[in-house]
Design a protein around this ligand. Structure first.
Ligand code: PMP
Length: 457
C-alpha cells in the first residue's frame, strides 16, 4: 500500500516538474490541463509501467519503433556491452565493428542491388539524405535540371523542412508551406477510396495512371519519386496494393527518375515481410530505414543506395562531387549494436514467420469491430491493423475533426491499461511482435468500448 502511495506521489511530482520545463512533441501542451501526463518507471515486453504500478499495453509500439518488447534482455545486454567498449567516435576517417557488421547485414537483407549504406540518426534525417543524394546524383551525372520531387497525396516523411515538403499531411504541413520547397503531388493509391466492389489491386493500378502522366510530363525536371510502400502510416494507416509499387518501379526506370522507398515505419517486418518492397518484388534506388532498426532502443537511421548512385559520387576530391552530409552521431556504435542485436532476435526467433500467426489472430479479432455502428472499415497489412470511424457509415461522412473523437478513445484506453493513440478518427493497432493473444484480446475489448463511448452521441 505504501509503495503504491509513494509511487503515486513520485508520479505526480515528476509530472508537475515536467510541465514546468519540458515541451513535448506532437502535443498541444494545454491539453495536459485535463489529460494527466504519465510518468513511466519501467517497461517489460509489450508493457509500460508507471510509478504507481499501473501498466499500459503499448499497442502502438511507442510510435512504431518497438519490435521485441521493452527492456528486452538480449538487446539491453548488447547495448550495455557496447557502451563499456566504445560509446561513440567520429565516423569520418574511422569505423568500428558494429557499423561494418550492420552495413553488411542490411545489404544482405535488403532487396537485391542496394549495396551501399549511409547512416544518419533519425527518420527525418534519412529522408533528407535520400532527397539530397538523388538531387546530387543527377547533378554529378550532368543533369542539374532534375531538382524536383514527386510525392503521394496523404504521405508523411517526417518533420524537418525537406521531409515536411515531400509529405502531404495538412495538420503538420500547411502552416509551414511558406518555408517549403514546391513538390509535385500525385493521387494516393489509398484503397479506402476504392469504388464499391473494386479490388485493392484494380484501385491501386487505376490510381497509377495519374502518376504515369506526371512522370511523362515532368521527368526532365524530377529527381525522384518518394513513397511509403504499402501503408501511409501517419496519414491514417491508409493501405494500398503492391501492384502500385511494381508499376511505379517500372515507370521510374523508363523515365529516368529515382524511386525512394521510405520504409522507416513499414520496414522490419511490419507489413508481413522484412521490407514492404519485397511484396512487389522491387528494388528502389534509395531505401530509408529507421524506427524498428534498433528494436526501438536508440535513434539510428540508414539510407541504402544502389552501386550506380554510389559510383556517381566516387571521384577526385577537387571535382567536389562527394556527399558531404554529416550528423555528429552518424553510425553511433551503441545504436549499431542495438540494431545488430535486433537482427539477431529476428533470426533466432524466426520473427517474420511467427508474426504470421500473430497477425492472423490480430486481424480476426479486429474484424469483429466491423459490427460497430460507426466503423467504416477495418483494414490490415501484416502487423498493422486500422479501424476507420465515421459519422455515417452509408456515406462515409467523417466526424468534424474538432470533435476529437479519437482522443476520447485514447483517454478511455489509458484508464483501462492500454496505450492507443488514434490518428484523428483512425484507431490502429501496431503492437510489438511479442504481444500475446490475451493481450490482443485486451486491446480489442478496450478499443471496442472506447469506440462505443466515443461515438454514442
Ligand atoms: N517517414 C515515415 C514513413 C515515418 O512514419 C516517420 C515517423 N513517423 C518518419 C519518416 C520520420 O521519422 P523520425 O520521427 O524518426 O524523424
Amino acid at each position: 500500500m505504501h509503495a503504491i502511495t509513494d509511487g503515486a506521489t513520485r508520479a505526480a511530482e515528476l509530472a508537475e516538474r515536467d510541465l514546468r520545463v519540458v515541451w513535448h512533441p506532437c502535443t498541444q501542451m494545454k491539453d495536459h490541463e485535463s489529460l494527466p501526463l504519465i510518468a513511466l518507471k519501467s517497461g517489460s515486453g509489450p508493457w509500460l509501467e508507471d510509478y504507481a504500478g499501473k501498466r499500459y499495453l503499448d499497442a502502438v509500439s511507442s510510435w512504431w519503433v518497438n519490435l521485441f518488447g521493452h527492456a528486452n534482455p538480449r538487446i539491453s545486454g548488447a547495448v550495455a556491452e557496447q557502451a563499456q567498449r566504445l560509446e561513440h567516435a567520429i565516423f569520418a576517417g574511422f569505423t568500428h565493428e558494429p557499423a561494418v557488421r550492420l552495413g553488411e547485414r542490411l545489404r544482405a537483407l535488403a532487396p537485391p542491388g542496394l549495396t551501399r549504406c549511409f547512416f544518419a540518426d533519425n527518420g527525418s534525417a534519412a529522408v533528407e539524405v535520400a532527397l539530397k543524394m538523388s538531387f546530387h546524383y543527377w547533378r554529378n551525372v550532368g543533369r542539374p535540371g532534375k531538382t524536383r520531387f514527386i510525392t503521394l497525396a496523404n504521405s508523411y516523411h517526417g518533420e524537418t523542412l525537406g521531409a515536411l515538403a515531400v509529405g502531404d499531411v495538412d495538420l503538420y504541413k500547411s502552416l509551414y508551406k511558406p518555408l517549403l520547397m514546391d513538390v509535385i503531388t500525385a493521387p494516393s493509391p489509398d484503397c479506402y477510396h476504392r469504388e464499391p466492389g473494386e479490388s485493392w489491386q484494380d484501385h491501386s493500378a487505376r490510381r497509377f495512371e495519374a502518376m504515369e502522366r506526371l512522370l511523362e510530363r515532368h521527368a526532365g525536371e524530377v529527381a525522384a519519386v518518394i513513397v511509403e510502400p504499402l501503408v501511409q502510416c501517419a496519414g491514417g494507416m491508409r493501405m494500398y496494393h503492391p501492384r502500385y509499387l511494381s508499376l511505379l518501379r517500372d515507370a521510374c526506370t523508363r523515365h529516368g527518375v529515382h524511386l525512394i522507398a521510405d520504409e522507416i515505419a513499414v520496414g522490419f517486418g511490419r507489413t508481413g515481410t522484412m521490407f514492404a518492397c519485397e511484396q512487389a518484388g522491387i528494388t528502389p534506388d534509395l531505401m530509408c530505414l529507421s524506427k524498428g532498426l534498433t528494436g526501438g532502443y536508440l535513434p539510428l537511421s540508414a539510407v541504402l543506395a544502389t552501386e550506380d548512385i554510389y559510383a556517381a559520387f566516387y571521384d577526385d576530391y577537387v571535382k567536389l562531387n562527394a556527399f558531404l552530409h554529416s550528423h555528429s552521431y552518424t553510425g553511433n556504435p551503441i545504436a549499431c549494436a542495438a540494431a545488430n542485436a535486433t537482427l539477431d532476435v529476428f533470426a533466432e526467433d524466426r520473427a517474420i514467420e511467427r508474426n504470421r500467426a500473430t497477425a492472423a489472430y490480430l486481424g480476426r479479432r479486429a474484424r469483429e469491430l466491423e459490427a460497430l455502428a460507426h466503423v467504416a472499415e477495418v483494414r490490415q497489412t501484416g502487423m498493422i491493423v486500422a479501424v476507420e470511424l465515421v459519422r455515417d457509415r452509408a456515406t462515409r461522412e467523417p466526424y468534424p475533426w474538432s470533435e476529437r473523437r479519437g482522443r476520447r478513445i485514447h483517454r478511455h484506453a489509458l484508464a483501462n491499461g492500454v496505450l492507443l493513440r488514434p490518428i484523428g478518427d483512425v484507431v490502429y493497432f501496431m503492437p510489438p511482435y511479442v504481444v500475446g493473444e490475451p493481450e490482443i484480446d485486451l486491446m480489442i475489448r478496450v478499443a471496442a468500448e472506447g469506440i462505443e463511448l466515443a461515438t454514442c452521441d
